[in-house]
Design a protein around this ligand. Structure first.
Ligand code: ADP
Length: 271
């Protein structure tokens, strides 16, 4: 804790008033540490693929064997994709942090959001021989007022995680329900589960329970942090139930017209 005091003297040299300023240095130091950790993490995440690309590019210039040329080229391409994914995730995260209130929302349907998610995930499921089971219910065909792309992105992140942290060939369930007030999405897997003591931490940037497993599947360690921000932008709630060895269920609950209500409130405040 830092205190700054400053006496203000009047013309006759008498103390007129005292200005007292108190800064919470612990909070500042904590934020500075978070920033330092973030820069260190990003540098580390970029260094590994760059080293690999540089090494295999050099090896490529020194070999004439077709099978080696193919093998090295594949590694370079995979590592480049990993870097691209990391940069895309970082940019998305930063835009969510800076423009929290500007996320453009519009009227859309549940089918559209679920369809977009399914399209983004299908090939990954085919690759692993797993299946994505979708159930959606919107009996009154209510329209939703959300940022469709962001919600589809959040669902895709959760569904791909469910796939990545389960045995190949297993089943992932995505269920979506709309009521007058809320939209609820839940993503359930029967995978490895998440230990109780780190269930809060997994939403932090770059936190991974098993870093090697995450990286081997192309994970950037930013997926859940992005989901958390997208839910926040919509004024929703994100929850998790998980048991090691049994599986996990992530649930997102959003106000059906959250964005619109916020806009209306803002406009009435401005008037
Ligand atoms: P990553 O790119 O590592 O998957 P995320 O931010 O999406 O990054 O997730 C953070 C960590 O949380 C993962 O590395 C993994 O350890 C854990 N995790 C996320 N989803 C699941 C899940 N469905 N089952 C088990 N562990 C999970």
């Amino acid at each position: 804790l830092r205190m700054v005091t400053c006496a203000v003297r009047s013309g006759e040299g008498l103390i007129d008033s005292v200005v007292l300023s108190i800064n919470d240095m612990t909070e500042l130091k904590h934020l500075e540490q978070i920033r330092k950790d973030f820069v260190a993490n990003v540098s580390h995440e970029l260094k590994t693929p760059i080293t690999s690309i540089a090494g295999f590019a050099e090896a490529l210039t020194e070999t004439k064997k077709p099978e080696e040329i193919e093998h090295f080229s594949k590694i370079i391409s995979r590592q480049a994709n990993r870097m691209r994914q990391l940069v895309e995730d970082l940019l998305l995260l930063s835009s969510l942090e800076q423009e929290q209130h500007k996320a453009s929302m519009s009227w859309t349907t549940l089918e559209q959001i679920v369809g977009e998610t399914e399209e983004a995930c299908t090939y990954r499921f085919e690759e692993r021989g797993s299946s994505l089971q979708i159930t959606s219910s919107n009996p009154e065909n209510l329209l939703l007022y959300v940022n469709e792309n962001l919600i589809a992105q959040a669902l895709t992140n959760l569904v791909i995680n469910a796939l990545n942290y389960s045995e190949a060939g297993s089943k992932v369930l995505l269920s979506a329900t709309v009521s007058e007030e809320h939209i609820t999405f839940s993503i359930q897997d029967h995978g490895i589960g998440i230990p109780k003591d780190v269930q809060d931490r997994i939403f932090e940037r770059f936190y991974r329970v098993d870093a090697a497993r995450s990286r081997s599947q192309g994970g950037t360690g930013l997926g859940l942090s992005i989901v958390k921000h997208i839910v926040q932008v919509h004024g929703g709630r994100l929850s998790l139930e998980s048991e090691v060895g049994k599986g996990s269920t992530f649930t997102i609950m959003l106000p059906r017209m959250g964005g619109q209500l916020k806009d209306l409130q803002k406009r009435s405040e401005e008037l």
